[in-house]
Design a protein around this ligand. Structure first.
Ligand code: ZN
Length: 168
């Protein structure tokens, strides 16, 4: 199923994943070119027949702040932490835990957020790791950029691999 299209910057750096319809409108408006197309399918519009895009490249460079490309979401957080509580290793009732609690000045950044099960989150409450004697198993960091691309589609088309390797 190639309904997700990988969008590259003019520099070939992967930017995001978009829908087939958004990709086609970018191509029709000549804002993007098709780099990889589905071998068997085409897209027909009243006025044109287009290759079915799998990877497109923007014709002009867009500057995207890093925080936008690595946006913190529950889904990305749980994936980063392997869907495990970072205190006890449980895999159910997952919640978002601020290592330094918000009430103690902790912010919602990748370096201060871990996956915690409900019971651990409740037990830690608004204490610092040292006070609660609860330390995350791994020091939290922003996940590799590739994670955001793999999360945005059920399967990674083979033709994306070359471009995603730019992120490593
Ligand atoms: Zn736990």
């Amino acid at each position: 199923m190639a309904h997700h299209v990988l969008v590259l910057n003019a520099t070939y750096e992967p930017l995001n994943v978009t829908s087939i319809w958004r990709a086609c409108s970018l191509v029709l408006a000549e804002k993007a070119e098709v780099l990889e197309a589905h071998p068997e399918r085409v897209i027909r519009s009243p006025s044109a027949t287009l290759p079915h895009p799998v990877v497109i490249r923007l014709r002009s460079f867009v500057r995207v702040p890093r925080f936008q490309t690595r946006r913190l979401t529950r889904r990305a957080l749980f994936a980063r932490d392997g869907y495990r509580c970072q205190y006890c290793g449980h895999t159910s009732h997952l919640t978002v835990d601020h290592v330094v609690p918000r009430s103690r000045g902790g912010t919602s950044v990748w370096e201060n957020i871990v996956t915690a099960c409900g019971p651990c989150n409740l037990r830690k409450a608004d204490r610092l790791p040292a006070e609660a004697n609860m330390h995350p198993r791994k020091t939290p960091h922003a996940p590799p950029a590739e994670l955001f691309f793999t999360l945005s589609t059920p399967t990674i088309p083979a033709s994306w691999e070359t471009y995603l390797s730019y992120l490593r």
